[in-house]
Design a protein around this ligand. Structure first.
Ligand SMILES: [Zn+2]
Length: 130
């Protein structure tokens, strides 16, 4: 597995993309400021990018679910079901994907800056991954 794939794989299982350390979330909707294992700053990075990624993923899920329901039930789609399912999905999906989008964006940041130089410059030395 390449370093880049490893970064994304770690992010998708909610571990620090840099070292694979656990417990990077304070709770589901908040990350710790830094990884408790390697000290990599998790507070910096492109928050707007993480929000856009979260919104894009949520919208894609909504479109897939709606298209699946409409296609499978054609010619009489259950519009009553869709009227409450779509808004419910748009409330739940961003909350569900939030920590993944944040950590994936940290992984994107690390993939773009392999030596974590911006964090090292701003917050001090970053330990090498184990
Ligand atoms: Zn770490």
């Amino acid at each position: 597995m390449t370093r880049r794939n490893l970064l994304f794989a770690r992010a998708l299982v909610l571990r620090c993309p840099h070292c694979g350390g656990r417990h990077v979330l304070r709770h589901w909707l908040a990350m710790k400021d830094a990884c408790p294992t390697c000290g990599l700053s998790l507070a910096t990075g492109n928050r707007a990018g993480a929000y856009i990624l979260n919104l894009f993923t949520s919208e894609m899920l909504l479109m897939v679910v709606l298209a699946t329901v409409v296609v499978r039930s054609w010619p009489s789609p259950p519009y009553d079901l869709l009227q409450w399912l779509a808004p419910l999905l748009m409330l739940i999906a961003p909350l569900l994907f939030y920590p993944f989008s944040k950590l994936v964006f940290v992984a994107i940041d690390l993939a773009m800056h392999p030596d974590a130089a911006p964090d090292a410059l701003v917050h001090g030395e970053v330990k090498k991954p184990l």
